[in-house]
Design a protein around this ligand. Sequence first.
Ligand code: SF4
Length: 345
Amino acid sequence: MENQKALERIKNYSGRPVRIMEVCGTHTHAIFQYGIRQILPDTVHLISGPGCPVCVTETGYIDEAVCLAKKGAVITTFGDLVRVPGTEESLAGARAEGAKVRIVYSPLDALAYAKSHPEERVVFLAVGFETTAPASCLAVKKAKQEGVGNFWLLVANKTMDQAYRTLAGSADAFLYPGHVSAITGMGIYRELVREGISGAVCGFTSGEILTALAVILKRLQEGKPFAENCYPRVVTEEGSPAGRALIRETMEPCDAVWRGIGTIPCSGLRLNSGYRAFDAREAFDLPEMHSRPNPACRCGDVLMGRITPEQCPLFGKVCTPADPVGACMVSSEGTCSAYYKYSIR
Ligand code: SF4
């Protein structure tokens, strides 16, 4: 659908009020950047859901990483996680006190570091959805094949399908994330349709977002559950069988705690029995964390679409990207960070 045609369809929408949840932080930022909210009719509400892996990583996981760092492990991680507050401190705080925290660009970078520093004990923080999980799986598979004995994963990978079921009551339709869908394929959405859950897979250009929104509005008016692929140049029916095979080979489903949302059954991944020797929790005998997220932070309500970030009393005053209180303000893909960047002048 051409941009102009999609734009006209959206502007002329005359159906009932609807809520559309974008579950990808990149979409949240793109929607702000292209000014898409401003052209929506009053009856179309966009809700920013839990689409950023850092934002949904619970406080207890940060506490575990800090604990590992204090036990002498070299923590390797993507940059965003370093500033996420734990109960007492962040990884940045631990690093300031002398802990070794290294920023890497991929799990394979972390593995390469471990191989070149055999005297160090290296842990990679494996967070993220289906998009990034295969890379962690590949790293641990190579570590096993090559007999690397000083490399472990602290796994908090999550999968999206159960999250859609948990969030289904918060929206009439989802703007499904293009990156995740490139791995899952359309299969998971066909299953969701059978349960009455609707949405459209969406790319990241203004035209792709407008098209997906126009398609969602049209299909909602038709009144039947649907799953549309509006990002066919990247997302196929089958997705990436190789990526999913890597996940199956090294990991297994488990219940997972989502920051602010709680436990969602079977929405997480952990290393399976063949790879348990690479599980940092077991290797370092990590104790159970008694974590306490900041009670003033409303990340959970933001992630569930119950409030916008501006409705959090700390937004822009106590909590800013330079001094974040919650994970949603830390990550470059976080909802609070997007609202701050595009609405605070
Ligand atoms: Fe949490 Fe800050 Fe967002 Fe408020 S503005 S919900 S404190 S991250």
